[in-house]
Design a protein around this ligand. Structure first.
Ligand code: GUN
Length: 281
């Protein structure tokens, strides 16, 4: 069993990005810029946005966070997005999710210029991903593909099972694995007999948000297990969706939590922002 070390891979990628940002500044006088919109005071969202801003700074990427109160109107956020769309120094725009219930997230995501959609949530980029065309890909599933690639795991011809069908993680993950020629199953809350599906998987990717959802008997011997879950337990510790201690000995490869997929998400956000900056006219 080998542990897929997302933390060190992400660090390596971030150093490479920092070098490329430096080159872009020298050769074209371009400093990549990221605008983040953060609404309300969800502590997890604040923590993520803070990590994103710090990562930008370390890579030499300019970032600005528009912090807005819970009571903000749809129109005011739309104005901010429109302004960022027009701002030539901003290459990437990100609306931190989830948003308070009175806001129409879909409409906001659709307002982002698809060329600045570094989260890959705009239907334009979702469509391009499904069609196998170039475009911005959501950071978490993109990070998973990078990890597989780096560890020499080729999805071609493998049975892949994705547990969780969210727009942010499960659906784009399934599209990427399919584009890489895996046979893909997607399971979700209405799936009956989950274990029957997961046990068939050569590559099992789980992003649900439920500690210990995946137990030892649900995993095939020699499987690659990728745990996207991040759950904080009452004692303050972080765990994924996989019963790591019991499952790990059965795997050929497994990602830990923390130190697995999480750090890769941020590295991919920087990567997408750099890509957007390089595409400036
Ligand atoms: N909320 C949870 N994950 C993400 C993400 O990758 N991007 C944004 N914008 N919000 C999130």
């Amino acid at each position: 069993m080998q542990i897929i070390d997302g933390k060190s891979l992400a660090q390596e990628i971030r150093q490479q990005i920092a070098r490329e940002v430096e080159d872009l500044k020298k050769s074209r006088d371009i400093t990549p810029g990221l605008a983040v919109i953060l609404v309300g005071d969800d502590p997890a969202s604040h923590a993520y946005v803070k990590m994103k801003a710090k990562a930008c700074k370390e890579a030499g990427i300019y970032s600005i966070t528009h912090e807005m109160p819970e009571s903000i109107s749809q129109g005011e956020i739309e104005e901010t997005i429109t302004m960022m769309n027009r701002n030539p120094n901003i290459d990437g725009i990100l609306v931190q999710l989830p948003l308070p219930g009175h806001l129409d997230a879909t409409r906001l995501l659709e307002l982002i210029d698809p060329r600045k959609d570094v989260d890959g949530f705009h239907p334009f980029n979702v469509g391009r991903l499904v069609a196998g065309l170039e475009g911005f890909v959501p950071c978490t599933p993109l990070g998973v593909m990078k990890m597989l690639e780096r560890y020499g795991i080729n999805p071609k011809g493998k049975n892949a099972c994705v547990v969780g069908a969210s727009n942010i993680v499960g659906k784009p993950m399934a599209a990427l694995l399919l584009n890489a020629f895996a046979t893909v199953e997607v399971c979700h809350i209405y799936t009956q007999n989950l274990a029957e599906h997961t046990r068939r998987a050569d590559i099992l990717v789980v992003g649900v948000g439920k500690p210990n959802l995946i137990t030892e008997e649900m995993v095939k011997e020699g499987a690659v297990v990728v745990d996207i879950g991040i759950n904080r337990l009452e004692d303050g510790s972080l765990v994924g969706d996989v019963d790591y201690e019991a499952v790990a000995p059965k795997c050929s490869y497994i990602t830990p939590v923390p130190g697995g997929v999480g750090p890769m998400t941020i590295a991919m956000l920087l990567q997408n922002t750099l890509t957007a900056a390089k595409a400036r006219p």
